[in-house]
Ligand binder design. Sequence first.
Ligand code: GLU
Length: 435
Amino acid sequence: MATDLRLPTHKIVRPDKDRFLNEENPFEAMMSRFDRAAELLDLEPGIYRVLRNPEKQIIISIPVQLDNGDVEVFTGYRVLYNTSRGPAKGGIRFDMQVTLEEVKALAAWMTWKCAVVNIPFGGSKGGVVCDPLKMSAGELERLTRRYTAGIISILGPDSDVPAPDVNTNERVMAWIMDTYSMHARHTVTAVVTGKPVEMGGSLGRREATGRGCMFVTKEALHHLGMPVQGATVAVQGFGNVGSIAAQLLQREGCKITAIGDRSAALHNPAGIDVEDAVRYVKQNRSLDGYTKGELISNDELLTLDVDVLVPAALENVITSKNAAKVRAKLICEGANGPTTAGADAILEEKGIFVIPDILANAGGVTVSYFEWVQDRGGYFWSEDTVNERLRDIMTRSFRDVLSLSRQHKVNMRTAAYMLAISRVSTVHKLRGIYA
Ligand code: GLU
């Protein structure tokens, strides 16, 4: 008989209810949205407690021999937040800002994201505290392989499947796949997604997150009765997500009036030629020195008078400090956690329509799912098939979230959390608690 997770009381007990919310802590940011959705769903307290805690958290020390002969020790994390709906899925980031709290939040967001788009995965995330821009290819390879070896017991196509994230790419995924396969003594392509196409990667994976942003932005513009043609867009972050979203939105007829990365932000009311900017960044590694627009600050970019703002870099860029100054009518969260919980209410009051991260940037993991399916089936799809199936999932998910938001009279973020949490909790109820 399935265990009934209902506890005698229906009241949700929040351990940190009265604690001051640290706006910059991504795990608290995730949890405050989770709590709101859990309350509206009247989530059973037993399930509430289960979903508030990550299933597994791994911290490892990673010794790496540097090119100069010295040995450096890096810290690496992998968090499996929840695996009730399927294998854990989530990227690995290499960044100096990585912390356990951040990785926990990102792993929880992966859980909700996979549930929002209804793909059969749980959520995980990994990170290594390092500055990849200061490391040679050889050092990065040794770091990646030793990190993979350190977490190898939890990896596997049926247990935990990494992918690229901030500062990791196809090359890093190839090293992970090779290291895992050497230990398994046979080639296991489905252990990681976002691989090079030549070794089991999927066509369209590299562009998938940006493409997904484009699909949901178009849906949102239609919903708001705003034309796509000529809609002005500012994009913060010009990596794999921001640059692709900008290119694809431009192809759809939008006017990209501002772009920015870590090094520089540019504004050009007449429109920026995104393809040209991408070529520049390929040659020069960043937008530093690009002159086809007026130089502005990152904060100015976020508060420009545009139709659409796409924050596509890191967490905590729209906060309670600058949210009141945001003038965009629509925000498409290409990054994970770009808006703090403190900013949510301000944006809502201003009537800004937000496509939340767990929906807006789910295109990447959706095509990761396609890649995993293709690897396991050993049969590969055309790029058109990948893109069409991605469009179907993104538009359907957008409409699912929108209708829930209308039904419960809540914003899109709360609706997305409600959809995700109800899907995950349904599976917990069906599976029961193993004792
Ligand atoms: N790193 C991406 C994300 O945050 C993709 C994860 C994946 O494909 O597993 O959604």
